[in-house]
Design a protein. Structure first.
Length: 130
C-alpha cells in the first residue's frame, strides 16, 4: 500500500489530519505508530485553531525526524530542515492556494490533502536523503 493510501486509511479510521500523515510516515521516521499518533494528536484542524493545515504539520514533523536539528550549534541541520519545511508549505500552497485549515476546509476534501501531503513528505524525504 502506498503512503497516500495509508494516510487516507488512518483518516477514515477516525484519526485527524496531522495524525494520519505523521503515522503514515513511520516507515521513514522509525517512530512506532502509537507514539506517532499520540504526539501528533493536538495538531489536527490547524492545532484546533484553523491555522496551519494539520496535514502539512504532520508532513513537517516527519521530515524533522528524518532530518533532525537537535544540536543548537548545527547550523547546517537548522538550515536544511528550514528549507525542507518551507518547501513542504510551498508545495501545499501551490497545489491548493492556501495552507490555513480554515481556508482549505470549505473548498477541498481533507482526505485528498492528507493523501497528497503524505506523498509529498515521502517524496521530499527520499529526494533530500540523496
Amino acid at each position: 500500500m502506498d503512503i497516500g493510501q495509508r494516510a487516507f486509511d488512518y483518516h477514515k479510521s477516525g484519526y485527524n489530519c496531522a495524525q494520519s500523515v505523521f503515522a503514515a510516515c513511520c516507515e521513514y521516521t522509525g517512530m512506532d505508530e502509537k507514539t506517532a499518533l499520540a504526539l501528533s494528536a493536538g495538531f489536527g484542524g490547524g492545532a484546533r485553531s484553523g491555522e496551519l493545515c494539520g496535514a502539512v504539520t504532520g508532513a513537517i514533523m516527519a521530515e524533522g525526524l528524518v532530518f533532525p536539528f537537535n544540536d543548537g550549534q548545527d547550523t547546517e541541520a537548522k538550515d536544511k530542515i528550514a528549507s525542507i519545511a518551507k518547501q513542504c508549505v510551498n508545495i501545499a500552497r501551490e497545489k491548493y492556494g492556501y495552507v490555513r485549515c480554515a481556508d482549505l476546509k470549505g473548498n477541498i476534501d481533507c482526505s485528498e490533502i492528507i493523501a497528497f501531503m503524505a506523498k509529498t513528505a515521502e517524496d521530499i524525504m527520499k529526494k533530500e536523503k540523496n
